[in-house]
Design a binder for this molecule. Structure first.
Ligand code: ADP
Ligand code: MG
Length: 699
């Protein structure tokens, strides 16, 4: 956008320095451009009201009109709440409840006055109520110009300073008045034509103050398309730049790999593993740097693919690292791969936080001289003292546990030619999301489990059936198996009281199974204590492991065949699936038991039913995306790419696909965006990059 949109927000009429500071702090609105892109998150449809008698618990959010008839504060201290009664024109009652800001509401809510309330209806004993509804006093002279009235996101602090949605609406009106002549088109005439998009000016006006339903829909489509188009365009450009610039070592010799296949690999690769190895080999022989994401459900056999890739590197005189997020995982990789490496005469080492100084020195030495061809480890690998003779391949396991910065530290360890990169994840990322997040990565998928693996049997049991569940556990342990029991935990909180469930659980499990040994691990334990407990379980010295979600990632105890998840309704779907993946790793039939109380929300029921119905991680990820929205998905929180202003990846997959194809086509014809018809694109991409720099002001 032009310079006009870089104008500081304080200069807008009616804003000024005080409000500007609040807008910056609370909503990151610095400029006119930021404000105009503060799109409404929903609209009040002034034509659509529900009667209380029409309400139904399955309705998401509804608008009801009525008169306040009485309000009272109930309860004491922290339990205090304000309850008010709204009566609609039929005389039916709706209870309104506030648990927070009780005093303020008590003062400002006017008795015997007409209001429009907006919120989610819930039913109890045949009566409907609404917690923390949005309120609007129904002024009589209200004229209804716009058919949809914008509702803007604000914060408690802004509201306390009288900057509510309506005030933001006023600012927006003011801004649009001066802004309209300055709005420049940001898409090319060709795109507008091909996709029948409305122009930018009309889009911005109608997204804030829709003139008609049609114009509103056109505005929404246009802005979503634009947003997704530019994400894809920028990712593709990075990729084009990379591919052109980044040469990679060519790895086309495979003598040791052939030997490995013939004499050491004890099982057949699955077809999916074979396909992925082929894709990787294609990259390694192409003369360009590999930058590939390998997705595969838990237990799909990613480690062996990693090792095969490392073997190819070694066969061509290059060194490789395999980095894991935890010490336990690094150990497992090391133990699993060491025997292969030894039998092939390859020097494979391990470097973690607990590697002794003396051993470290030897490792550093051998890496620098090139004697050591492969190394497995944790963050310790990132330290500057770790240098290589010729690092040719970096593999990162469970990549979402590492930040981008950390990872790139690894690939800078070869100053001459950037190493090939393979990142692996067991968090299945739905296709739409992967396309957006990793548009600059190539993606491989292992979508098949090794043969003979038995499907994990998953059941849902209520807490009242615990005795029977425990009897089942006893039977399994008698057969020689081991059992996990997982408790939910609010991880961010430092308070010990949150461990109460876990501690109570631990005590009751010990009481219930006096004849067996019980381990416990949780996030607040010292690493060495955690490791010690974990090792006891790995060695089968303990039969039951009571834990929080710290065991979620990667740990492999093939003899563990039962996973019990307590208060399962409190876990997200992806997390439940990850936890379930801790069992079913051996030859025995495995079980996952989801324990809950009787009271379950609709979403919780959907999650539990999904778990019981399917073991397919991709299907689960798709449902999770629909239930929670993309922002919550594991590993995507810090991506930045997902700070979408208007698009919703869960719903806008078709638009994303079109935008992606469009971006590909544009760059195919005009990679540098030099042609006149792409002038708008070039200009906008430059302003987007400039803005990215500006964002640093915030931190
Ligand atoms: P993940 O993809 O979760 O990292 P792993 O690589 O740990 O899975 O593999 C899980 C188990 O499956 C390991 O014990 C591994 O040796 C075994 N495995 C891998 N590939 C195959 C295969 N093709 N056939 C049989 N077992 C396999
Ligand atoms: Mg793994």
């Amino acid at each position: 956008m032009s310079n006009f949109f870089n104008t500081k927000i304080e200069f807008l009429k009616g804003v000024g320095p005080m409000r500007a500071e609040l807008l910056q702090k609370e909503l990151q609105i610095f400029t006119y451009g930021d404000l105009i892109q503060h799109y409404p998150f929903r609209y009040l449809d002034r034509t659509q009201f529900y009667k209380v008698s029409e309400l139904d618990e399955s309705m998401p959010y509804v608008q009801v009109r009525g008169r306040i008839r009485g309000k009272e504060v109930i309860g004491e201290g922290r339990k205090q709440r304000l309850a008010a009664t709204l009566v609609d024109e039929n005389g039916d009652q709706l209870e309104l409840v506030w648990f927070k800001g009780v005093k303020w509401m008590q003062k400002s809510l006017k008795n015997h006055t007409d209001y429009i309330v907006f919120g989610k209806p819930t039913e109890f004993n045949g009566k409907f109520s609404m917690a923390h509804p949005e309120l609007e006093e129904l002024a009589e002279e209200k004229q209804t110009t716009a058919f949809l009235q914008p509702v803007y996101h604000t914060t408690e602090k802004l509201k306390a300073h009288r900057i509510d949605s309506k005030v933001i609406g006023k600012m927006m009106e003011m801004l649009l008045k001066v802004a309209v002549p300055n709005i420049q088109e940001t898409l090319s005439p060709e795109l507008i034509d091909t996709y029948r998009l409305t122009d930018k000016r009309s889009a911005l006006i109608n997204i804030h103050f829709p003139e008609t339903v049609e114009k509103y829909n056109a505005a929404k489509f246009r802005l979503k398309f634009e947003e997704l188009f530019y994400i894809q365009l920028r990712l593709f450009r990075q990729k084009v730049v990379r591919k052109a610039d980044l040469k990679g070592q060519v790895f086309n010799q495979v003598p040791t790999l052939t030997e490995f296949y013939k004499n050491h690999l004890t099982f057949d690769l699955t077809n999916a593993q074979k396909r992925v190895v082929k894709e990787i080999y294609g990259d390694l022989t192409a003369g360009k740097q590999m930058n590939r994401l390998l997705q595969g459900d838990v237990g799909s056999g990613k480690t062996i693919v990693a090792f095969i890739t490392m073997l190819i590197a070694a066969d061509n005189g290059a060194q490789s690292v395999l980095m894991a997020p935890t010490e336990i995982l690094a150990d497992q990789h090391y133990v699993g791969l060491k025997k292969f490496a030894d039998s092939l005469g390859i020097n494979l080492g391990k470097l973690t936080g607990s590697t002794k100084a003396r051993e470290r020195k030897v490792l550093h030495e051998q890496l620098r001289s090139g004697d050591m061809k492969m190394i497995v480890g944790t963050h310790a690998l990132l330290e500057d003292v770790v240098q290589f003779q010729n690092l040719g391949l970096c593999i990162v396991d469970e990549q979402h546990r590492f930040g981008v910065e950390q990872r790139s530290k690894l690939w800078r360890k070869n100053p001459r030619v950037i190493p090939h990169v393979l990142v692996m994840t067991a968090t299945p990322i739905p296709r739409t999301l992967a396309m957006t997040l990793y548009g600059d990565l190539d993606v491989s998928v292992i979508d098949e489990l090794p043969a003979g693996r038995k499907e994990i049997v998953t059941v849902h049991r209520f807490d009242s059936h615990r005795l029977r569940v425990f009897q089942f556990v006893r039977d399994q342990i008698k057969l020689g198996r081991q059992v996990y029991i997982v408790y939910p935990l609010i991880e961010e909180s430092e308070q010990m009281e949150n461990y109460k469930d876990l501690m109570d659980g631990y005590e009751s499990v010990k009481r219930a199974f006096p004849e067996y040994e019980v381990s416990m691990v949780h996030g607040k334990m010292k690493p060495q204590d955690k490791d010690y407990e974990m090792q006891r379980f790995v060695k089968n010295e303990t039969q039951i492991m009571v834990a929080t979600t710290v065991i979620e990632v990667g740990v492999n105890v093939p003899n563990a065949s039962v996973m019990i998840i307590e208060s399962a309704e409190r876990f997200g779907l992806s997390q439940l699936h990850q936890l379930r993946g801790r069992v079913g790793r051996g030859a025995e039939q495995s079980y996952c038991i989801l324990m809950t109380g009787y009271k379950l929300s609709k979403d919780s029921k959907t999650r539990l039913e999904t778990m019981v119905r399917t073991n397919n991680g991709f299907e689960i990820a798709d449902i999770d995306l629909k239930l929670r929205g993309p922002g919550d998905l594991m590993g995507t929180q810090q991506s930045g790419v997902l700070d979408l202003l208007i698009s919703d990846l869960a719903k806008d997959a078709p638009i994303l696909q079109e935008a992606r194809a469009a971006a590909q086509r544009v760059l195919h014809v005009d990679p540098q965006l030099e042609q006149p018809q792409n002038h708008n694109l070039r200009r906008h991409i430059q302003s987007l990059s400039a803005n990215t720099v500006n964002w640093s002001r915030i931190s």
